[in-house]
Design a protein around this ligand. Structure first.
Ligand code: GDP
Ligand code: GDP
Length: 450
């Protein structure tokens, strides 16, 4: 996704109303490139999707809820949490209701909660599998007092196109993001509450030679700042920024996955901030996984280093923990910094420059093929069912991240270890040591088969 903004569409609803069925129907149209990065979290509850020319991020809020805190079995709490989260973060909400079950007492509450939110909401009655039963199954839902109801069968497809067209229309009508200067390097600051994201953004802004420009149309869910230094422009996306305005002391702030996902869809480089004193937590690891699901470049900042600067033992533990947690992405640079004292911050920008250059780099097909030839000469692909695997040629499909396809006779027969070998050779040969690189195999003729 290369646009500046990507609206977030949240699916909410009770368990078993058909959220994941609809989720799959919406997302499976995308013929996604299978990510060969090992160890990456494969959370299937969110995905980039599109309808006609409108791209959006689709999130099944019911599925990711447990990430956000202790789960509760209480059904009404469950959906209320989803709804509140969606109201806060999503641009469009699809509330799924179960046409076969009819209106349940809890539905009123949830509809009222949503109606107050003044968001774009689609009230969708699902499991209406054919037009003949529409009237019968839909009618009872008018008692909810909503302006419009959408009949749908997520399973069979009835009503699907109509719903998606209406959704696309809403997405098209939403406010266009402000234009960024050509070549702007977009950095999203992610991490748990209180790790120091905002402090870091402020420390960066306060640096010498850094010119802060005004950016109009700051998004609801994060604060954007445009900076320039030398000939470069940077967009800093501070996912912690907004809450500053209505800071509530007594309420413990929760980490918001939705907010993180949304910021990720708008950035080139994800800057994951970790608290040196608290160490790396499961949630940090999860966020790091998300950055790779999205194919983002990644920079890890261990902040508050000042707090452990005299504790050599703790430093060693911490660095080892970070190393272990990121061993599936050894390319990600890790910096020790302090937003408070400013130490280490000067080094961030030269690094960001290198990461960005690599992330967007393009290579000629001839250079890539020379590399492929040398790599296969050095280490031939193994046999597959008694036949020699042949790698014919390679080309770069995309940048950000650099993505390569290798045409082969039996793509399925290529073992993961050989794929890793080749990816590493490409990395070395192309000087891509700081960013994720994707390499996959495809059959020679016709369309690729799955
Ligand atoms: P979720 O818990 O909300 O994600 O619900 P699922 O998508 O897992 O669906 C729950 C059950 O409802 C499954 O058995 C689905 O096959 C069924 N289901 C989902 N959509 C439809 C539909 O449009 N029509 C019918 N008849 N069943 C559906
Ligand atoms: P955010 O929620 O991630 O944006 O975190 P904040 O920027 O609000 O910082 C949370 C707390 O950590 C504040 O009290 C900061 O003063 C403190 N803090 C941030 N960075 C540092 C640092 O490098 N060292 C120390 N000692 N404290 C820091």
């Amino acid at each position: 996704m290369k646009s500046n903004s990507c609206p977030l569409v949240a699916l909410i609803g009770r368990p078993n109303v058909g959220k994941s069925t609809l989720f799959n129907r919406i997302t499976r149209r995308r013929d996604a490139i299978v990510d060969p990065t090992p160890g990456v979290t494969r959370d299937r509850h969110y995905a980039q999707a599109s309808w006609e020319e409108y791209a959006f991020m689709l999130v099944d809020t019911g599925g990711i809820e447990e990430v956000d805190g202790p789960d509760t079995d209480q059904f009404s709490d469950h959906i209320r949490t989803q709804a509140l989260q969606a109201v806060e973060e999503a641009d469009v909400i699809l509330l799924l209701l179960d046409g076969r079950q009819g209106v349940l007492p809890g539905d009123h509450e949830i509809v009222n909660l949503l109606r107050r939110a003044k968001k774009e909401i689609f009230f969708v009655v699902n499991k209406i599998d054919s037009p003949e039963i529409e009237t019968e199954l839909l009618t009872p839902f008018w008692e909810l007092g909503v302006p419009e109801l959408w009949a749908l069968s997520g399973d069979h497809g009835y009503g699907f196109r109509t719903l998606m067209e209406a959704l696309a229309e809403k997405l098209g009508a939403s406010e266009a993001p402000p234009e960024l200067p050509e070549g702007t390097i977009r950095l999203a600051f992610l991490g748990r509450p209180n790790v120091g994201k905002s402090s870091m953004v402020n420390a960066i802004m306060g640096q010498e030679r850094m010119v802060v420009s005004d950016i109009s149309g700051t998004t609801r869910d994060s604060v954007d700042t445009l900076l320039s230094r030398d000939q470069y422009t940077y967009l800093l996306i501070d996912t912690a920024g907004i809450r500053r305005k209505g800071k509530t002391k007594d309420k413990l702030e929760k980490f918001s996955i939705l907010k993180a996902l949304k910021a990720l869809s708008r950035c080139d480089i994800a800057v994951v901030v970790i608290d040196a004193e608290e160490g790396i937590t499961e949630q940090d690891t999860k966020v790091i996984g998300y950055t790779q699901d999205h194919g983002r470049a990644l920079l890890i900042l261990i902040n508050k280093w000042d707090l452990i600067q005299d504790d050599k033992k703790k430093q060693d533990w911490l660095l080892e923990d970070v190393r272990l947690a990121t061993n599936f992405i050894p390319f990600a640079p890790v910096f020790r910094v302090s937003a408070k004292t400013g130490s280490g911050i000067k080094r961030i920008f030269p690094e960001v420059g290198k990461i960005h250059r690599q992330f967007h780099q393009r290579f000629s097909t001839s250079a890539l093929n020379r590399l492929l030839e040398a790599a296969t000469l050095h280490h031939e692909p193994p046999m597959y069912r008694g036949r020699r695997l042949k790698l014919y040629y390679t080309t770069q499909l995309d940048s950000a991240p650099p993505t390569f396809v290798v045409i082969a006779n039996f793509p399925k027969g290529i073992h993961f270890s050989y794929q890793r070998y080749l990816t590493n050779r490409f990395r070395e040969g192309l000087g891509l040591d700081r960013i994720p690189v994707r390499l996959f195999f495809r059959e020679r003729s016709g369309r690729s088969k799955r």
